[in-house]
Design a binder for this molecule. Sequence first.
Ligand SMILES: Cc1ncc(COP(=O)(O)O)c(C=O)c1O
Length: 548
Amino acid sequence: MSSYRSHLEVLRRAFPQPVSNQEHDAWFVFSVLRALDQLDSMKSERPILGEPAEIDFRAASEERIPEGISSVEEVARKLVEYFSGMFIWGHPRSQINVIPPPCIPGILGTLLPAIYNPNICSEEGSRRVALAEAEAIAMTADLMGYCPRKAGGVFTFGGTGTLLYAIRTGLEKCCPGSMRSGLSGELPVILCSDEAHYACYTAASWLGLGAEQVVSIPTAPDNEMRTCLFESELRRLVRAGRRIACIVATMGTTDAFGLDPLRQIREIRDEVAGESGLDYLPHLHADAVIGWAWSVFRDYDLSSNELQFSDRTTRALAWAVRRIKDLHLADSIGVDYHKTGFVPYISSAVFFRDAADLQLLARTPAETPYLFQSGEYHPGRFTLETSRSGSGPLAALAAFRLFGRTGLRTMLGHLVSMAELLRDRLQSHPCISVVNPDNFGPVTLFRVYPPSVDTFEMPQREITDAGRAGQLQAHNEYNRRVFEVIHEEALRGEGVVLSMTECWRESDYGQPVSALKSYIMSPFSDEQYVQAVLDSINRAQKIVESSC
Ligand SMILES: Cc1ncc(COP(=O)(O)O)c(C=O)c1O
């Protein structure tokens, strides 16, 4: 046998077999099992896999592709090593960000396409997996109040991708033909709140508008857009002849779970467009990548409260639903299943109330002569990407099938209950102030103050009174030190893994106000882990105080 042929024999064993071979399947599964075993042996009581160690990125630049062939086992062992020091998002003492632990069906939804590699560019390359996308889109559209027969949507590469789709569509509405001819003259603008995700700026930059074309509207203390300022700014821009590429309502802000008043935003948009005789209707997008999942409570009777959530939780859910029920009023909606849908990255989709909007992005058949030769489902005609994995839709669909509406209500209701409990405890702490007390989601932002500070007065004062700028800065620094101690403890696998935001909002005089952040995403969270947050803060504060 020639040399390459003998290598080929070895390599063929490293692929799933094209024709049924149960012995090989068993070995394949065993390889997965062994990797899982190795990962399992890295687990302890701590919210971290293995031992945390300094990460040497300089050494990474010295790595080269090996000359020889390795075995599947060797590669698997090496892969597992990369997970050493990784936080376990599903651990109840891990409360870092809006990163969920994926459920097992969601994992299978990612694994199976990894084996058979469908490309949902069209049904030609994915057959019935394309159906999974169509089904997941219909289910979610219906959940959010769109008519699933009229609406359309596609999976894309993250929440940022959903915004890119929405803004590009809005651009085509306000500057028809610009997909082909590009933009000329004064550039259109995007309006969003000052708490909107920076992905709005990313999309503006990458679409050639430039981040300077994003007009940010101030938010109220409850982190929702001030509609009076939105209205005056929209009127000013329209009067000045500026075209509006997109209005983005954030339905679940990243740090605080603020929810913009979508219904009012739409009413203002309609009124201004009508009065000004615009020849297009500015596109209204709901960035609901976090908040979409609360749609499961749209048809939940909170007064009979079948799932028996506590009174506080019911109130918190009612607070969110009053805004989330309006999602269907947006022209498009961004959804991240990989945030509040409990599936692995990447699983995001953008929805249009009217599927015809997607046609604004379509290429001509002449541009894709080698594709779309058979079948009827060809999202690749208008998607930004050409190749798209089937894992996003399959994972989303798998999670929907697992949870149903009841399961998702249970998950979200529990996370909100735990966050409410945490808020109670934090608010009763003399040195702590919860800074998003009017947002009732799974995220809690808080500031820790030195014991000598009056926490009934200071949190408000330092934000509104420019004369307190020095104190604001000193307290920002104090919170950073508390965070660092908590983080060091967390890296040792002790305490709780929290995060910090440098600027959860700006003070009235334009200074960043930082905060510590607990984002409860684990179904395993429970009362004792809520107390663990308080214990961690108390330990950290003692250390910081002793070093002052
Ligand atoms: C409100 C909001 N929009 C957009 C994004 C961007 O989403 P992705 O990270 O999936 O690109 C995020 C990310 O956290 C977000 O919180």
